[in-house]
Design a protein around this ligand. Structure first.
Ligand SMILES: Cc1ncc(COP(=O)(O)O)c(C=O)c1O
Length: 391
């Protein structure tokens, strides 16, 4: 009756089951996996967010496959502030980055073709791959006092049918950016194999400090066909508005061909509504105030780690360059899922086990840095002392 691509195990996993039981028993839980910015107590200007939706222009239906031009011009302006000058025709609006991935996978890959994606990384890639009949193969990120791409493994892992290399810049949850040197080699590999780069930059504006080695944006890649994906869910902390985009860059012949084909894909769905597209310039402009609040929050929560994680403890925090997450290294005396289950049942604190993000071994927990500092500090204290006493 149903397609094999939807043969997912539909039963809740162990941690969801434990959470459900706690709720049923009326026990409180502190959620250190919360990364929905609309639930983390940031100050919002309701008028500023909702007023742009009241636009008489929305009463006219004049669809544009790439999304209304006024929104694409605003996105082009966002990149021009990073020194990248784009024609709005290089930009395609989507109903979020996830849809953008599907469009690009559909554009590049035949059923059974492959996309290389970083490991560890964002768990949605396997679903997006499966839904688009694309196989997602991992390439490793290695931690050695900071994360780096295992470039030689990337080159040697190459097999026929690989259509693109996906980079998450900065990666979720490692918080690592692609460095200039890494990109140079990646471009060589893609060029040699006639593959594209797909760059997810949803967290790009949340970098800590500056690093001259950090690549500013993949929207400036010109040597290989590149699709840079981003959107308002993280940039303006408005996931509920469902606005994302694809920027197409690269050698002009390939770029023009890609744009013409993408236009047909986008025209088939016309997914971004007029009110939302017309409001996008104002939502994009408001990013500065919310980004300042979020950056202050995540950096304050990182400082809490460093106050609590005194040297010599069996738990440490991995270095992070940006984004909304922190990775804890914990003893692998038990599985990361057992640690997460123990913290939930004994301390009432929910964290993600590393295997949710395909960490290659046990011993990693992932925490969101978005929760309010008072909640975060108390729950983090419980996490650390439990791990110390149980190790
Ligand atoms: C790396 C990464 N890309 C994309 C998304 C989803 O973005 P959107 O809401 O635009 O689909 C997320 C959401 O957490 C993410 O972590």
């Amino acid at each position: 009756m149903f397609s094999s691509r939807t043969n997912w195990p539909l039963t809740p996993n162990r941690l969801s089951e434990l959470l459900r039981e706690r709720r049923g028993a009326g026990l409180p839980t502190v959620d250190l996996t919360e990364s929905n910015p609309t639930r983390c107590g940031f100050a919002l200007d309701v008028e500023e967010i909702l007023a742009p939706l009241y636009n008489p222009g929305s009463l006219v239906y004049e669809p544009d496959p790439r999304g209304l031009r006024v929104a694409r011009e605003a996105v082009a302006h966002y990149y021009s502030e990073r020194g990248v000058h784009l024609d709005p025709d290089q930009i395609f609006l989507t109903s979020g980055t996830s849809e953008a991935y599907s469009f690009v996978f559909r554009l590049l890959a035949n059923p059974g073709d492959k996309i290389l994606a970083p490991q560890p990384s964002y768990p949605l890639f396997d679903f997006l791959g499966a839904l688009n009949d694309v196989e997602v193969l991992p390439y490793s990120l290695i931690y050695d006092d900071g994360w780096q791409v295992d470039l030689e493994a990337l080159a040697s892992r190459w097999e026929s049918g690989v259509r693109a290399v996906l980079v998450v810049h900065p990666n979720n949850p490692t918080g690592s950016y692609i460095k200039r040197r890494e990109l140079g080699r990646m471009i060589e590999i893609c060029h040699h194999n006639r593959a594209a780069i797909i760059a997810d930059e949803v967290f790009a504006d949340y970098g800590f400090g500056t690093d001259a080695e950090r690549w500013v944006t993949h929207a400036q890649n010109s040597e290989v066909l590149t699709f840079t994906l981003s959107g308002l869910s993280k940039i303006s902390a408005l996931p509920q508005m469902k606005v994302g985009w694809i920027v197409v860059t690269g050698p002009s012949v390939l770029r023009n061909e890609a744009q013409a084909r993408l236009e047909v894909i986008a025209d088939t769905y016309l997914s971004v509504s007029a009110p939302v597209a017309l409001a996008t310039p104002q939502w994009l402009a408001r990013r500065r105030s919310i980004q300042a609040q979020i950056l202050e929050r995540v950096q304050a929560n990182l400082r809490r780690f460093d106050e609590l994680l005194t040297p010599g403890l069996p738990v440490t925090r991995l270095k992070v360059e940006g984004g909304w997450y922190a990775v804890l290294r914990v003893p692998s005396t038990r599985s990361d899922e057992d640690w997460a289950a123990d913290l939930l049942t004994q301390e009432g604190v929910s964290v993600h086990p590393g295997h949710f993000y395909d960490f290659p071994s046990e011993g990693f927990l992932v925490l969101s840095l978005l929760p309010a500092p008072e909640i975060f500090q108390d729950a983090l204290g419980k996490v650390i002392s439990r791990i110390c006493t149980q190790s």
